[in-house]
Design a protein around this ligand. Structure first.
Ligand code: CUA
Length: 174
């Protein structure tokens, strides 16, 4: 046995193992994304790129008549603050957190969606009746937890306006 060769081999192997530790965004992050599937998202770049940039937030109409709502939970608010949705159609909610663990809870319904940084939480909602639903955060997330709230406004299906990208985040009515 040639110990010199073994030693060189072992040291080379160790050196190669150290590369990922210095190349987080080139090696580790893409690898983690692959292993965790498409629900993984980088909480630090939410507002820079990807589906949670500002113009994509709020309610978007899908081709089949349902709607998709994208939201971000962060200390200590939900973005957008007010969500407009039509009654009686499936609402696909996609929400992620920019920091801590939060829980979007809709008063007057059974809906509660936990949000975690690094993960997109998916929930299927539907509102049979019109009305305003206050939402609160039900997961203690820090000093401003008790002030962390927002609102879902449910309007009749035929009155739901076609929302342009810039309007999706506000409760605008035509
Ligand atoms: Cu967010 Cu409590």
């Amino acid at each position: 046995m040639n110990w010199r060769k073994v030693r060189i081999f072992v040291f080379t192997l160790l050196a190669l193992c150290l590369i990922p530790a210095t190349r987080y965004y080139q090696i580790d992050e893409p690898l983690l994304k692959l292993l965790r599937g498409s629900n993984h998202i980088d909480p630090l770049s939410l507002h820079l790129s990807g589906e949670f940039v500002e113009n994509n937030l709020g309610t978007e109409q899908d081709a089949d008549g349902s709607v998709t709502v994208r939201m971000i939970a962060q200390q200590y608010l939900f973005v957008p603050h007010c969500i407009l949705v039509p009654a009686g159609v499936p609402v696909h909610l996609k929400i992620t957190s920019a920091d801590a663990v939060h829980s979007l809870t809709l008063n007057g319904t059974n809906y509660a969606v936990k949000t975690l940084p690094g993960t997109v939480s998916l929930a299927e909602l539907q509102f049979p009746r019109t009305g305003d639903y206050k939402t609160v955060c039900r997961e203690f997330c820090g000093a401003g937890h008790y002030a962390m709230r927002s609102e879902f406004k449910v309007v009749p299906r035929d009155q739901f306006p076609a929302l342009r990208a810039g309007e999706r985040g506000a409760c605008v009515l035509q």
